[in-house]
Design a protein around this ligand. Structure first.
Ligand code: SF4
Ligand code: SF4
Length: 115
């Protein structure tokens, strides 16, 4: 049985795929904040494509947060990757707003869920 309050206390980082431009600032910010070892990033931006969409070549970028992510706990819900994303593609959501975002028309990717 699920413990009372568990779902409400969850929070996470979602990426708005229409805003991500593949600049990799989130990868750099995480690496600097957490001094991660070379070659073992805690967030990685994957490149998808190019694909032909309506006669035009299109690239997509997909930020993925890996298991070691600590949510930058010392930054008080302002994780470095989110703070340094220039397009605001990455954002922190609480449980309610995660559900609202996923029900919306925008294309969100759930990077990580904590709590
Ligand atoms: S999520 Fe933000 S910081 Fe990361 S690659 Fe996309 S636009 Fe750049
Ligand atoms: S929230 Fe996770 S992925 Fe983002 S900067 Fe902090 S440790 Fe890295």
């Amino acid at each position: 049985m699920r413990a009372k309050g568990t779902v409400k206390s969850k929070y996470g980082i979602l990426a708005d795929l229409e805003r991500c431009v593949g600049c990799f600032a989130c990868e750099v910010a995480c690496k600097q904040e957490n001094r991660t070892a070379r070659g073992t990033p805690w967030i990685r931006v994957h490149t998808v494509g190019p694909e032909l969409v309506n006669g035009e070549l299109r690239m997509e970028y997909l930020p993925i947060i890996l298991d070691k992510c600590t949510f930058c706990q010392s930054r008080d819900m302002n994780p470095s990757c989110v703070a340094h994303c220039p397009t605001k593609a990455l954002r922190v959501f609480n449980a309610t707003s995660i559900l609202d975002a996923l029900r919306s028309d925008r294309r969100y990717h759930v990077c990580t869920i904590k709590g």
